[in-house]
Design a protein around this ligand. Structure first.
Ligand SMILES: Cc1ncc(COP(=O)(O)O)c(C=O)c1O
Length: 376
C-alpha cells in the first residue's frame, strides 16, 4: 500500500478537524458545527475526573513509576489476568504501533474496511499488507472465505467491534479463526477499542478469557473512547507474558504520562459510570437505528457507539451521493465522518457517532431536511 493514500487526499485522516473541512468547502471559519465525526462516549469523562486531575498536578514534577504497576494491576484484575499480561500504552494508537513492531517485516493481512492506523503501523514497521474485504452492504464475516484467504499470512489485524462498520465478529467465529491461525502459525491482533460499547458485560464481549488458550492472540484496548479522554491518551495491550515482555522493549520509557497512568484504577472502579453508559447505549442505539432507517438511508446494524450509513437505493438512484450528503450536512452545521480513507469504502458511506438524545434528534432533523431538499 503506498504512503500517498494517506497523505495526498483533501479529506482529513481522522474525525474532527473541522477547520480543514470548513476551509475545503469554502465555509467561514466560525461556521457553527456539531461534531458527529468522533466516536467518543458523550457521557464522559466521568464528572469527578477534572477535580481529580487538578489534585494530581503536584506530582507532575516526578517521573511516572517506570513499570506502571498500579495501573497494570487494576487492568489485570478487571480482565481476570496477571499484571505481566498487561502493557499500559499511550492510547490504543501506541498499542497498534507496538503490535506491528513485534512483527516487523512480516506478511500481514487486515480485515477491511477498518481503522487506518493498522496499515500505517504496518507501513512504519515494514510489514507487507493484504486486505481481506468484508462485503458491503452488511460487512459480515464469512469465516470460511476468511480462513481460505490466510495462506502465507503471518499476522492478522482485525477490529472488534469494527471501526467504521460497527459490526462484531461473534465469539464462535473468533474461536474458529484462532484454532485455524494457531495451526498455520499466524498471529492474531484484535483491536477491542470499542468492546465496552457492545452492550454485554465486558467479560462476555472481550476475548480476554481466550488469552489462556491462545498464545498467538494479542488484544489492544483504548480507554480514551469509553471514558472520553482522547486528549489525555490511555490504552493497553493484553497478551501472554512473553509477548508483553517483547512488547515492552518497543516502548519508549515513561510513554504514558503520570496523570493518565494514575487515573486507570479509579476509572475502572467507577461502576456507576459504566452502568450509565450501558443504559444510554441500550436505549439510544436502537432508537437511532430506527430513526435513521425511517429516513430511507442504508444503516449497518451497530454494536458500537456509531453507525455506518449511506443514501438508500432510491436516494442513490435519484443521484444523491454520500459526498453530497456530507457537504449539505456541513452547511446545516453537522459534521459527520467521511470514509474516503477507509479501504474498500472510498467515500461511499458516512460514519455518524451516537451522541446524547437531544443531539441525535438534531442530527436526524438535519438529515431529514437535507434529504428533502436534495430529492424534491
Ligand atoms: C479502532 C480504533 N482503535 C484505536 C484507536 C485509537 O484510540 P486512542 O485514542 O486510545 O489512541 C481508535 C481511534 O479512533 C480506533 O478507532
Amino acid at each position: 500500500m503506498s504512503q500517498c493514500m494517506w497523505s495526498c487526499s483533501p479529506w482529513p485522516k481522522h474525525g474532527g478537524q473541522a477547520e480543514a473541512l470548513l476551509a475545503h468547502f469554502s465555509l467561514p471559519a466560525d461556521h457553527r458545527l456539531e461534531d458527529f465525526s468522533a466516536n467518543l462516549n458523550p457521557l464522559g469523562p466521568p464528572a469527578w475526573v477534572s477535580d481529580w486531575l487538578v489534585k494530581q498536578l503536584a506530582d507532575i514534577e516526578r517521573y511516572p513509576a517506570p513499570d506502571y504497576s498500579a495501573a497494570r494491576q487494576a487492568i489485570a484484575a478487571h480482565h481476570h489476568l496477571q499484571p505481566e499480561q498487561v502493557l499500559l500504552t499511550n492510547g490504543g494508537a501506541e498499542a497498534i504501533f507496538i503490535a506491528a513492531a513485534l512483527h516487523a517485516g512480516k506478511r500481514a493481512a487486515i480485515i477491511t474496511p477498518s481503522f487506518g492506523e493498522y496499515a500505517r503501523a504496518c507501513f512504519a514497521h515494514r510489514l507487507s499488507v493484504a486486505e481481506l474485504a468484508l462485503p458491503a452492504p452488511h460487512f459480515t464475516l464469512d469465516i470460511d472465505s476468511l480462513l481460505a484467504g490466510l495462506n502465507g499470512i503471518e499476522v492478522l489485524f482485525l477490529c472488534r467491534p469494527n471501526n467504521p462498520t460497527a459490526t462484531l465478529i461473534d465469539i464462535s467465529a473468533m474461536e474458529a479463526l484462532l484454532d485455524h491461525t494457531a495451526a498455520i502459525g499466524c498471529h492474531v491482533i484484535v483491536d477491542e477499542a470499542f468492546i465496552d460499547m457492545v452492550g454485554k458485560p465486558p467479560q462476555q464481549a472481550s476475548l480476554a478469557p481466550l488469552l489462556a488458550r491462545y498464545s498467538h492472540l494479542i488484544l489492544l484496548h483504548s480507554m480514551t473512547k469509553f471514558y472520553t479522554l482522547p486528549g489525555l491518551r490511555l490504552g493497553y495491550m493484553l497478551a501472554d507474558t512473553a509477548a508483553i515482555k517483547a512488547a515492552e522493549s518497543h516502548q519508549p520509557a515513561w510513554s504514558v504520562n503520570h496523570l493518565a497512568a494514575e487515573l486507570v484504577a479509579p476509572l475502572l472502579k467507577d461502576d456507576a459510570f459504566a452502568r450509565r453508559t450501558q443504559r444510554w447505549l441500550a436505549s439510544e442505539r436502537p432508537r437511532m437505528s430506527q430513526a435513521l432507517s425511517e429516513l430511507g438511508v442504508d444503516v449497518v446494524p451497530s454494536q458500537a457507539c456509531f453507525f455506518l450509513i449511506r443514501p438508500g437505493a432510491e436516494q442513490r438512484a435519484a443521484g444523491l451521493s454520500s459526498d453530497m450528503l456530507f457537504e449539505r450536512l456541513l452547511h446545516q452545521g453537522v459534521l459527520v465522518r467521511h470514509t474516503h480513507n477507509f479501504a474498500g469504502l472510498d467515500g461511499e458511506w458516512l460514519r455518524v457517532a451516537l451522541r446524547d438524545e437531544p443531539a441525535n434528534r438534531r442530527l436526524v432533523a438535519a438529515l431529514k431536511k437535507v434529504l428533502h431538499d436534495c430529492l424534491r
